[in-house]
Write a protein that binds this ligand. Structure first.
Ligand SMILES: NC(=O)C1=CN([C@@H]2O[C@H](COP(=O)(O)OP(=O)(O)OC[C@H]3O[C@@H](n4cnc5c(N)ncnc54)[C@H](OP(=O)(O)O)[C@@H]3O)[C@@H](O)[C@H]2O)[C@H](O)CC1
Ligand SMILES: [K+]
Length: 532
């Protein structure tokens, strides 16, 4: 699991050590230089004579970068520091010069920005030390001018596509390797926004702990590989954002034993699909079944039920006890009357999930509200209800609660609006996207496990089925622990992404391929479990 703490928490953890004279910057700079050398060796034979351009801002972030540049210069690399502020870190500048590094002062002569672009174009490595956790607002001044010029000259980054353009597939060749110092300069350190120009990094070397902006979209698309360097900080409080790793999901997976049966493994009730969109029902039930649900009960019209049974004969259509509900895939918004009665079935399922149907349900159970199910959120939800909107659907949920935002607002500030939807509805909210954001009571997850190929029709139906099965398998615990539904939702996003990775041959993948890849994905996960 990657745990990310806010800039404030990191500074608070640094303070006592700085006060005690612990050389944090030296530790950070040495680790940064070591990482750069390792990356260089991985990409070329010799490091001696390699060209390094250091982009140095005014603060300690620039100090880290300059001191790292000094380490590299002492190892025989050709280092030039671009001074993008009237005054940069004295100690770092002195160390770089003493080690034989060159400097180009662009802060006092903007005309030199062109020469910087030329230097960078021929460099092997660029160290982005313009600004770190002290950033406030979009990257401004000379630093902003330099990044805009570099992006205009073809380096991946922003302006333009907030994700910095398509990912480089394969080894990065023909352009410098960009290493962000602590964070890519100019991202929203605590919220993952991209308010202005940002150079997309191939690697981010972050000190003491990851920061939320490295995990949250859209900034998460600009960070490259994340290397967290231990500089001796002790971060006591709860992290602001978490990212589950495969090992975490494997450790929590409810592997059945001899005493288990379909009801202990979890029965999923699925209200999905209509005569117009029967496929969503097939995808959601297939995904639930293949994720290991003890049983799947399909609720829908006979026409759709026949399609479901043809694809998944193990699904049952009789009503009965369930441990989780999946409501809404392929069901039109509640206002639409061509819903085959699915809105009514969905409402009944959610009432059962709330534990409001005496007799039929034995107390509350978790529920997934997807697509048309999102329109059934009328009153406050318990945290074991998980909404799974994409950005457009989240906008609709927010507007229904009186918050007037546009899809573009949600995409620019996913954490803010997903958190707002959680506050307004009470439900756990999973915002689907290239990076999935999950907000529950006091907890945030950001998962980045899916290949872009997963952006295909029906993928959301499959996620809903996977999530429904995973919630059913831990239903009692999820209802008892308000934050657990968010963890299970993040885990479902990880399984969904890994299944897509397993299913894609390196090219297009269909939603049903992803659902069919779940058993093998779970099997792979279970190989990661520590031996008992
Ligand atoms: N404290 C330590 O010894 C260690 C710190 N670490 C590294 O230091 C940075 C945090 O350093 P800090 O000096 O607090 O802040 P920054 O260097 O990130 O930035 C502050 C300067 O940047 C200017 N600034 C702020 N926002 C912007 C912006 N949007 N565009 C351009 N420039 C910006 C700011 O200018 P002001 O006018 O606002 O003063 C400051 O001059 C941390 O990230 C680490 O890299 C080490 O990790 C550990 C040791
Ligand atoms: K930086």
């Amino acid at each position: 699991m990657i745990r990310a703490w806010s800039a404030t928490d990191v500074r608070a953890a640094e303070e006592p050590l700085l006060a005690a004279g612990v050389p944090l910057m030296e530790r950070a700079a040495f680790a940064l230089a070591t990482t750069v050398l390792a990356d260089l060796r991985a990409r070329r034979r010799s490091v001696r004579g390699a060209h390094v351009v250091v982009l140095a801002g005014a603060g300690n972030n620039g100090g880290d970068a300059l001191h790292a540049g000094a380490h590299l210069a002492r190892r025989g690399l050709a280092v030039v520091a671009v001074l993008a502020a009237e005054r940069v870190h004295d100690g770092g500048l002195a160390a770089l010069r003493a080690a034989g590094g060159r400097t180009v002062d662009v802060a006092s002569d903007a005309g030199r920005v062109r020469s910087v672009v030329h230097d960078v174009a021929g460099a092997d490595v660029v160290l982005d030390g313009l600004v770190g956790i002290g950033a406030c607002g979009p990257l401004r001044g000379t630093g902003g001018d330099v990044v805009r010029a570099l992006v205009a000259d073809g380096l991946p980054g922003v302006p333009g596509d907030a994700t910095g353009g398509p990912a480089d597939h394969g080894p990065v060749t023909g352009r410098p390797w960009v290493v962000a110092v602590d964070v890519p300069s100019g991202i929203g350190v605590d919220d993952g926004t991209v308010p202005g120009p940002v150079l997309r990094a191939d690697r981010t070397v972050t000190f003491g702990a990851a920061k939320p902006g490295l995990l949250l979209p859209p900034a998460a698309h600009l960070v490259g590989d994340i290397s967290v360097v231990d500089i001796g900080l002790h971060l006591a409080g709860a992290p602001a954002v978490r990212r589950l790793a495969a090992e975490d999901v494997a450790a929590a997976w409810p592997v059945p034993g001899p005493a288990d049966h379909k009801y202990t493994r979890g029965v999923v009730g699925v209200v999905a699909g209509t005569a117009t969109y029967p496929g969503a029902a097939v995808l959601a039930t297939t995904a639930a079944a293949r994720t290991g649900a003890g049983m799947v009960r399909y609720r829908g019209s006979d026409v759709v039920a026949r399609a479901v049974l043809a694809a998944r004969p193990e699904v049952v259509t009789a009503p009965g006890r369930v441990q989780s509900w999946v409501v809404g895939p392929g069901v039109p918004p509640a206002a639409d009357d061509a819903d085959d009665g699915q809105t009514a079935r969905g409402r009944a399922g959610l009432a059962a999930a709330r534990g409001e149907l005496a007799g039929l349900s034995r107390g509350p159970v978790p529920a997934v509200l997807d697509a048309g199910g999102l329109g059934l959120v009328e009153e406050r939800c318990p945290p074991w209800f998980v909404l799974t909107p994409h950005a457009g659907e989240l906008r609709t949920v927010l507007r229904r609660h009186g918050v007037d935002v546009h899809r573009a607002d949600v995409e620019a500030e996913p954490l803010r609006w997903t958190r707002r939807a959680h506050e307004l509805t009470g439900a756990t909210v999973l915002l689907k996207g290239a990076v999935t954001v999950v907000v529950g009571p006091g907890v945030v997850y950001a998962q980045a496990d899916a290949p872009a190929w997963l952006g295909t029709a029906g993928a959301g139906d499959v996620l809903a089925g996977i999530l429904g099965a995973m919630l059913a398998g831990r239903a009692a615990a999820v209802v008892a622990d308000p934050a657990l539904a968010a963890e299970v939702a993040a885990a479902a996003a990880l399984v969904h992404g890994l299944a897509a990775e397993r299913a894609t041959p390196g090219g297009p993948v269909t939603a049903l391929d992803v659902a069919d890849a779940v058993p093998g994905t779970v099997a792979d996960l279970l190989t990661l479990r520590a031996a008992p």
